[in-house]
Design a protein around this ligand. Sequence first.
Ligand code: XMP
Length: 534
Amino acid sequence: MAPATPAAPDPRTETAADTVLVVDFGAQYAQLIARRVREARVYSEIVPSTMPVAEMLAKGPKAVILSGGPSSVYEPGAPTLDAALFEAGVPVFGMCYGFQLMATALGGTVDNTGAREYGRTELSVSRPSSTLFEGTPAEQSVWMSHGDACSAAPEGFTVTASTDVVPVAAFENDEKRLYGVQYHPEVLHTTHGQQILEHFLYRGAGLAPTWTTTNVVDEQVALIRAQVGSSRAICGLSGGVDSAVAAALVQKAIGSQLTCVYVDHGLMRKGETEQVEKDFVAATGVQLKVVDASERFLSALAGVSDPEQKRKIIGREFIRVFEQAQAEIVAEAPGDHPVEFLVQGTLYPDVVESGGGTGTANIKSHHNVGGLPEDLEFQLVEPLRKLFKDEVRMVGQELGLPEEIVQRQPFPGPGLGIRIVGEVTRDRLDLLREADAIAREELTAAGLDREIWQCPVVLLADVRSVGVQGDGRTYGHPVVLRPVSSEDAMTADWSRLPYETLARISTRITNEVRDVNRVVLDVTSKPPGTIEWE
Ligand code: XMP
């Protein structure tokens, strides 16, 4: 295999065959649309609406979807789209704002009539056998959010649906393969949204549902081999899903050219280090370097209660230990195969949120692995940078990773260090580890793992209160249960767990964990609360 050269392909910027481009007009609809397209087994990527149409077309998309957005087409400075897109022979589907842009660009009429519609609306389908609507009911619920309304479709288009307020709620032009709907098919409140999207993809654009995680694995393995060549790579494992799946994928591609580093900072949950040491290695055969650095972290954290300071200390120590491990790996096998690559479990939402970047090759920031070095000169290998979280889990399954790793709920890089309100000590960590293990065991036994996003267990180490146990008075700490449901951790609601499960967790924790005499439940949504307590 040839050594890596600057001319090696950058897998981070390659566009796959059979790609649908989702043009982002703002307000986070584009990510959801991209996910729905992939759920239809068609690969999709998001591009900003400021990208010139020629550049979009140069990517060779098989179809283009125009997302909704918060603007009115009549607002000064509202995003626009070059009408050349509609002449390129590429099938286009406009949604909400994208629909209105299409309508105006092609000579239809969009009025700012004050005819607003927000929320659930009844849609009447007037052409039940149309490309978009075939096989769906004549009346269906759709999710609207618009102030302007299309009153006349462009020439050559057939109006296929309307609402009480909007005379043109959907239009279609099979000859030009251009389609649009005034509503949001991507949200779950739109009862037949996925079906209509699939009709566009399969019937309108003639695409086949062929994109699978097997394709992803094969494609990424080839790209990683081409990128890394005969060089070597290292990967920081955090115990989380993303770094585990990224490492397994790179391991499949380059085998012993990869070394994983797992820093045990002593802030892990019960069984976590063993899981990485045994289960992960058994499933992947990866070369693993485990560094027991708990002493170092705990002495650096001694006497510190301020959460920000704790995070800074944990980040700083992590960098030092990782650097040291990296130097050792290089020293153990010096020679002509330098360690040039760092594997990162960056996901697609991170990429989109940081500007959709085609990024530079050198390391800049690290959201995922909990504080890797800022100034190490590595080229990045980011095999998950085009995937959403649920797709990462599917890739993990495909690679044969154990269920306990693939289905893990999110856990913060700084670990239990930010779930102790007060100073972090070994003794307190031991208490919290026990309480956390009980809560996890009971939630799993009750079959609730998939229903909740995560359930931090928090030790209020600076609080003591009086209790009674056996014949004696106790003066112990409270533990907080923080079960939440969420789609992306940006917002969350507290999970309505069954009382029986809560009761079992409470009884077991107060019986089995020394120094804990109360269990309390956090019933705050996010906002105003955060998910973690620190
Ligand atoms: P908050 O507490 O901000 O948490 O509502 C949102 C999500 O982020 C996780 N979290 C972290 N993950 N490193 C991580 O890898 C961190 O420093 C960190 N802090 C919070 C948290 O568990 C939740 O899923």
